[in-house]
Ligand binder design. Structure first.
Ligand code: PLP
Length: 389
């Protein structure tokens, strides 16, 4: 057999999916394993969104959608949502509907990168960013955020990594895995650096509706000088419990959208036709479902964070958004891969911090998008195993 792709050969599989698959396999083999490794809400998709998609299918909406980059009702719903949340009126030519947020990120990168272009990402980083940059022909460059300063972003840290080849900065807020929400000062630092060095900012807003306390999601699109350089990545997966539907979108400059549409037309064609209907139902429909889920995550956070902190050997920051806890294991010399393995042996699957880059070492990521009774059982198991690490 001829050799296969070197590029794909060098790309790791997603660590979160791998740990979750392993936990599911152990469970299927009869082990008592609670998986806190995935990023999948434990809620069903709200009924009114399901019904809209069923109705679309029954009325024959099962063909290639037109326009392929997004039907008019779906695009109109995204325009209205963007205006509500950012105060900016975007045009239909600034939007493409994608099969999921991850593909939206890939399209954005593929649309802007030439071989050798560098992209800054903030560590701890969601596992897929560096591989996605490489797949799109770019060079991933880590900006390590300090664990002892609650992973705070500063202009100095960003500036130190900018070179003449830097094309973009990738920012996630709220962050997976740290649960941090970018503050006004952090957004100012990103805006300053982007404007100073003429950089794009890929702004991943998948968790923007899952905010706690008085944290606010700041609209980068509306910041000075950012209208043409911001690439908003969004989707229905997290806020509407629709991970399996594979629905996302990009809001960006029309030239980038044109290139992304070309890549779509030669690869996936489009998102699913009835999925376009689900976008309209989700964004234009009642939002109490989102608030109910947010409230549930908040209650779990308020229960889990103090309980984890009461275990000797764990320090857990109080997260500001999203649904991941990122506790640090303070009294062991083990690395996060070994910690994850020992914790899994004790019946709890968490994602090792190293999967999110070297600044995640010493941490595990636990998803609280998990039923409360499972979280309670996981805590009992952690209380037993952590002191033995
Ligand atoms: N961006 C972040 C920060 C994520 O955590 C995820 C999924 O875990 C995605 C994007 C991808 O979302 P989707 O499932 O819609 O592809």
């Amino acid at each position: 057999m001829k050799s296969l792709s070197n590029l794909l050969g060098g790309i790791p599989p997603s660590a979160t999916i791998a740990v979750n698959d392993k936990a599911k396999a152990l469970k299927a083999a009869g082990h008592d394993v609670i998986s806190l490794a995935g990023g999948d809400p434990n809620f069903d998709t709200p009924v009114h969104i399901q019904e809209a998609a069923f109705a679309a299918i029954r009325s024959g909406n099962t063909h290639y959608p037109a326009p392929a980059k997004g039907t008019k009702p779906a695009i109109d719903a995204i325009i209205a949502k963007t205006e509500r949340d950012t105060g900016i009126t975007v045009g239909a030519n600034e939007i493409i509907v994608t099969p999921g947020g991850k593909w939206a990120i890939y399209l954005a990168l593929a649309g802007m990168l030439n071989p050798g272009d560098e992209v800054l990402y903030l560590e701890p980083v969601w596992v897929s960013y560096p591989p996605l940059i490489e797949l799109a022909g770019g060079v991933p460059v880590a900006v390590s955020l300090p664990s002892d300063d609650n992973f705070r972003i500063s202009a100095e840290l960003l500036r130190a990594k900018v070179t003449s080849k830097t094309k973009a900065i990738m920012v996630t807020s709220p962050s997976n895995p740290t649960g941090r929400v970018c503050t006004r000062e952090e957004i100012d630092a990103i805006v300053d650096i982007a404007n100073e060095f003429d950089l794009f900012v890929i702004y991943d807003e998948l968790y923007e509706k899952l905010l706690f306390d008085d944290n606010k999601h700041i609209a980068l699109l509306a910041e000075p000088g950012m209208r043409d350089r911001t690439i908003c990545i969004n989707g229905l997966s997290k806020a509407y419990a629709m991970t399996g539907w594979r629905l996302g979108w990009i809001v960006a400059h029309p030239d980038l959208i044109k290139l992304a549409a070309k890549l779509h037309s030669q690869t996936v064609t489009s998102a699913a036709s009835f999925g376009m209907t689900a976008i309209t139902a989700a964004l234009d429909g009642p939002q109490d479902c989102v608030e109910e889920m947010r409230q549930a995550y908040l209650e779990r956070r308020d229960f889990m964070v103090p309980a984890l902190n009461s275990i000797d050997g764990i320090e857990c920051a109080n997260i500001e958004g999203a649904f991941y806890l990122f506790p640090k294991f303070t009294k062991t010399a083990l690395g996060s891969l070994d910690i994850a393995s020992r914790v899994l042996d004790a019946g709890v699957a968490g994602t090792p911090g190293i999967a999110f880059g070297s600044s995640g070492e010493g941490h595990l990521r636990f998803s609280i998008a998990t039923a409360p009774e499972q979280l309670k059982r996981a805590l009992d198991k952690l209380a037993q195993v952590v002191p033995t690490l």
